[in-house]
Write a protein that binds this ligand. Structure first.
Ligand SMILES: [Zn+2]
Length: 279
């Protein structure tokens, strides 16, 4: 399966601190409402189809990639939003729904109900309105791929339990905090019953890792051109390729390349030293 999965974070009306994690690093990923709306408009311009939901795709027949006679590039595109900031409820959901769209809302469950984050009733309502609720771990560890496997499993299991208790149905979709992905991350997700894991690696190909479907994502952040989402979802692959090349140049390529993947990536991540490991 191929997808263009887009990764957003919080959206703000006046101040980045309205929603989500409050740090200069987190703020760099937050879009103003104008920027967010422009990205959605850009998507609508190049795509006659609506963004898809992974829950609807994994149960049914596989979607074929490649150009179609209908004239548009039919690799499905998905909208995902990380962290569980309150802006998914106050700003994002309405903008998506006004276009007939729905998205994926990934929640770090320890933050539920705290300042700037979604509360339980908002999460239930988003679920009822057709948005996919997934886990983004419980505590959002700083460098998740450096955590011990037992710790990874505890983060997934605890957050999943919180969301399932809250929603009254299974939650099997996850996204990796900070993009700190490794095969161990996928295995730990699989071990706790998660069937789909979104990473932050800018690729359209998906992979099966020990029975868990792993999908890359393309990040949109503050300062990006407002037509970036449309370019990423366009049949022309140049913008997607540029993003991939940038990742390679930074040495961030780690997860999905099979034999090309080596402990180097984990070593790179662990160079920051024990005080920054995991948390
Ligand atoms: Zn995050």
């Amino acid at each position: 399966m191929r997808t263009v999965s887009l990764l957003f974070h919080d959206v703000f009306a006046a101040d980045p601190r309205e929603s989500g994690f409050g740090s200069p690093a987190a703020d760099r990923y937050k879009l103003s409402l104008d920027q967010f709306e422009a990205q959605l408009a850009g998507l609508a311009q190049v795509r006659p189809d609506v963004p898809r939901l992974i829950t609807a795709m994994t149960g049914g027949p596989q979607v074929a990639g490649g150009p179609k006679a209908s004239g548009y590039w039919n690799v499905p595109y998905l909208i995902t939003v990380d962290d569980g900031g309150v802006s998914y409820y106050t700003l994002v959901a309405d903008r998506l729904e006004s276009r007939g769209w729905r998205g994926h809302c990934f929640i770090s469950t320890d933050a539920i109900g705290t300042r700037g984050f979604l509360n339980a009733s908002q999460i239930r309502e988003l679920d009822r309105r057709g948005h996919v609720i997934g886990t983004h771990t419980a505590s959002h560890p700083a460098r998740f791929s450096t955590c011990e496997p037992a710790h990874m499993r505890e983060e997934w299991a605890r957050s999943r339990m919180v969301l399932e208790d809250l929603l009254g149905h299974k939650v099997e979709i996850a996204s990796v905090p900070g993009g700190y992905y490794s095969r161990l991350v996928a295995r730990s997700a699989r071990d706790t019953g998660l069937g789909v894991v979104f990473t932050s690696e800018p690729i359209t190909a998906s992979h099966d890792v020990a029975g868990t479907l792993v999908l890359g994502r393309f990040t949109l952040r503050h300062g990006h051109p407002t037509d970036r989402a449309g370019r990423l979802a366009h049949r022309e692959r140049w913008t997607r390729y540029q993003e991939w090349a940038r990742w390679r140049a930074k040495g961030l390529v780690k997860p999905l390349l099979g034999p090309l993947y080596s402990p180097t990536a984990d070593w790179l991540m662990s160079r920051v030293g024990p005080s920054h490991a995991c948390r």
